[in-house]
Design a protein around this ligand. Structure first.
Ligand code: URA
Length: 457
């Protein structure tokens, strides 16, 4: 087999065989196929797409390109949740301990900040001592101990994705549903999951803002995971505003911890509700709840009775973190500079450019400008409003935390302009009668039947 023949086939929309896809993936993992040929093939895929059979073959070949984790000797059903990324998305810190408290194992392989979205690993590493780079044996030990572990990809798990993802990043080929599906699922399937809940975001802060595109990706993920033997469901969820009130690193963990302690607030009800819906499906697909509704009740009980909080703190300690920082979360929050953004006019928040808000959070120091840069655990933003709120002149809109005043100066106008479309302009629109119904947090549930209807339409 020669890579050039396979590039030509995909370029000319002729499907590749399973053996041909395995050849390309093995060549990527071993770095025996030159980068320019892999990049040309990726661009052919980006432009022409792949058939469902090809996507399935690509996912499985990538899954099998390195070592795999087998959670089954530990004796429990293994489930996970994957989100396609958003701003303020801290549901992992709630759903993983809830599922563990209900008797499941959650071996969660997570990522770092990407584009305008925050990284689960970066947030966890704001806890002193917390280790995310565990070996597979250490992952098994952490699961035995806490029931849930949130770790980074090991060097020998799905090496093909490491090579292909880096090439996609440099060749404008990230935005391909086929490649995104294979990249996400190869890593999740290599963790040996029995069931997977996919949180596919839509709206102004999502990677795929167009609901039809998000729906197609969700269907592709569900159908491919099911075909690979992992029970899967996707929830299409709202990302038209940050999830909860905090976006950053430490402040997101502290917000999740508040909900685990049953400290509720109007600004975090969307986060609580989404976490419970995701956990409900994890419990149902994991076989410990006979319906999503009973899964929801069990998840709520795990929050109310403190068992999820207990699993969370055990998980922090099992991965080397110091759980004592959660005794006084506010005292631990030590940003170098803080700024309170005040509304200069009265009006109603009618919409938010959530991607811009995510970039502001990254610029404050929560994310990186170049690979391997350290992030600031204390950088971020607390938002004091929800879309639809009436704001009075002089009211605090947001509190920004940064590593330096230079970063603060860069982020403030981004936040201001992300809200300028929000009609903060004066009295005529600032009436209760012009209220806005909030978008439902879960917009659609895509199961196997719905996925097949979408893919065949
Ligand atoms: N996350 C991944 O792991 N891969 C993609 O291609 C996109 C998001």
């Amino acid at each position: 087999m020669h890579p050039i023949d396979l590039i030509r086939k995909t370029r000319d929309r002729q499907p590749l065989t399973d053996a041909e896809i395995h050849f390309l993936v093995a060549g990527a993992a071993a770095q025996s196929i030159p980068a320019e040929q892999l990049a040309a093939w990726l661009m052919a895929v980006r432009l022409n797409g792949l058939t469902l059979d090809e996507i399935r073959s690509l996912t499985l070949a990538m899954r099998d390109s390195g070592v795999r984790f087998d959670p089954h000797p530990l004796g429990k059903t293994a489930v996970d949740k994957h989100s396609t990324g958003g701003v303020g998305d801290k549901t992992s810190f709630l759903v993983a301990p809830i599922a563990a408290a209900c008797g499941l194992h959650v071996p969660m392989i997570s990522g770092r900040a990407l584009g305008h979205t925050g990284g689960t690993l970066d947030k966890l590493e704001s806890v002193p001592g917390f280790q995310t780079a565990l070996t597979l044996d250490q992952l098994a030990a952490a699961l035995r101990n806490a029931g849930a572990a949130i770790v980074s990809q090991t060097p020998d798990l799905v090496p093909a994705d490491r090579v292909l993802y880096a090439l996609r990043d440099r060749t404008a080929t990230v935005e391909s549903p086929a490649l995104i599906c294979a990249s996400i699922l190869s890593k999740k399937l290599a963790a040996g999951l029995d069931a997977l809940v996919l949180d596919v975001k839509t709206g102004s802060g999502a990677f795929l803002r167009d609901p039809a595109e998000a729906e197609y990706l969700a269907a592709l993920l569900v159908s491919t995971a099911n075909a690979a033997g992992t029970r899967a469901i996707a929830l299409l969820t709202d990302m038209s505003q940050p999830l909860g009130s905090a976006a950053g690193n430490w402040i997101e963990l502290a917000e999740a911890h508040n909900l685990l302690r049953n400290q509720r607030s109007r600004l975090t009800e969307d986060l609580r509700s989404l976490s419970l819906h995701l956990a409900a499906w994890m419990l149902h697909l994991g076989g410990v709840a006979d319906s999503p509704a009973s899964g929801y009740s069990r998840a709520e009980a795990a929050l109310a009775n403190g068992s999820a909080l207990d699993r969370f703190l055990v998980m922090i300690a099992a991965q080397g973190g110091d759980p004592a920082v959660f005794d006084h979360p506010q005292a631990f929050h030590r940003p170098a500079v803080t700024h309170s953004l005040i509304a200069s006019r009265s009006g109603r928040i009618t919409a938010q450019d959530t991607t811009a808000l995510g970039w502001a959070v990254q610029r404050l120091g929560a994310g990186r400008e170049v690979a391997d840069q350290a992030v600031d655990p204390h950088a971020g933003i607390h938002f004091h409003f929800r879309t639809g709120d009436l704001i009075a002149q002089g009211q605090p809109l947001a509190t920004l935390y940064a590593s330096s005043s230079v970063q603060l100066a860069e982020a403030i106008p981004i936040v201001e302009s992300a809200l300028t479309g929000s009609d903060l302009t004066g009295s005529e629109s600032a009436t209760a009668s012009s209220s806005i119904a909030p978008a439902p947090i879960v917009q659609q549930i895509i199961d196997a039947a719905r996925a097949s209807a979408i893919l065949n339409s």
